[in-house]
Design a protein around this ligand. Structure first.
Ligand SMILES: [Zn+2]
Length: 302
């Protein structure tokens, strides 16, 4: 039996685990992401030894999803939004001294999309888009069974397509990105505007109010849904995807978001393309990243 290891390196947590040849999870765990490069590389070495102790030489390959701008062309980190000490770090060379098996590094959202394709709600499809609605919006694209990387690995950033030209300023330098209009902070901002109060601090607060029947709370999610629908319409017209999967914490409020998103997407996309796209919930939650990383390594190792 062969096994494949996956790591999902986020700003606060490092999730990791092993899958078998069928893509089933045989082990998973998580730990805190350390603040410095030295500690991070030491941690990878330690975790790799832990995985080796569990499955020995049967681990054929490793995949690693990284939450930041990683250049596939130069195999280094161009920009690390969670820890500036990693900016310009040659991650591939660092990992080569920690791992003694072939490994592949990729953007975390790309690999999460591949995880849903290989092990989750995207099984049995050929092309899909995954959108993860949380504090920001992560996204990845699988086309004909492959991650769509673009020229240098930066494709699939649907969180930064413009859905509202005069909207909020985004950390990417643009304004009115899907991320600024449809992620958790937008839910709270909408609620402040619509309720005239400022006593909600998280999308979860607004969700509880929506559940209690508050109109302003429900409209806050409806507004986010409409902007999400604009993004979906663009994606549908551009890609004609077989599936669009939506995950992330904000989707706990899916019943208040999705009907509005679907209505807007239908209005803004080519009817034939909308009809043949199934839009639904992602299924792997926070495991999508490491499962995608391991599955990607399995595919690359052949
Ligand atoms: Zn942006």
């Amino acid at each position: 039996m062969a096994f494949y290891a996956g790591f999902d390196l986020g700003g606060t947590q490092l999730k990791y685990g092993l899958i078998d040849e069928k893509g089933d999870t045989v082990f998973k765990a998580k730990t805190l992401t350390p603040p410095s490069i030295g500690e991070l590389m030491g941690l990878f070495k330690k975790l790799w030894q832990e995985l080796r102790a569990k499955a020995g030489k049967q681990i054929r390959a490793i995949g690693l999803g990284y939450a930041g701008i990683y250049s596939l062309r130069n195999t280094n980190i161009l920009q690390s939004p969670n820890s500036s000490s990693l900016d310009n770090f040659d991650l591939s060379a660092g990992l080569a001294s920690a791992f003694d098996a072939p490994f592949w590094v990729d953007n975390d959202a790309n690999l999460a999309a591949f995880g849903e394709y290989a092990c989750g709600a995207g099984r049995n499809s050929q092309s899909l888009i995954l959108l993860t609605l949380g504090t920001g919006i992560g996204s990845g694209i699988v086309l004909d069974g492959d991650v769509w990387h673009g020229s240098c690995g930066f494709a699939g950033e649907l969180g930064h397509i413009t859905v509202r030209p005069e909207g909020e300023w985004c950390k990417c330098g643009n304004r009115g990105c899907l991320e600024t209009e449809a992620a958790a902070p937008a839910v709270v901002r909408n609620h402040w505007q619509l309720s005239g109060r400022s006593d909600t601090t998280t999308a979860e607060d607004v969700f509880h109010r929506a559940e209690a029947g508050e109109t302003a709370a429900r409209r806050s999610f409806a507004k986010v849904g409409s902007f999400l629908g604009i993004g979906l319409g663009i994606a549908i017209n551009f890609m004609n995807p077989e599936r669009i999967l939506i995950g992330g914490g904000v989707m706990a409020a899916g019943p208040y978001i999705l009907p509005h998103a679907l209505e807007e997407a239908r209005r803004r996309s080519w009817e034939a393309a909308f009809k043949c796209c199934s839009i639904g919930a992602a299924s792997l939650g926070n495991d999508a990243g490491f499962l995608g990383a391991a599955s990607w390594a399995k595919k690359q190792a052949g």
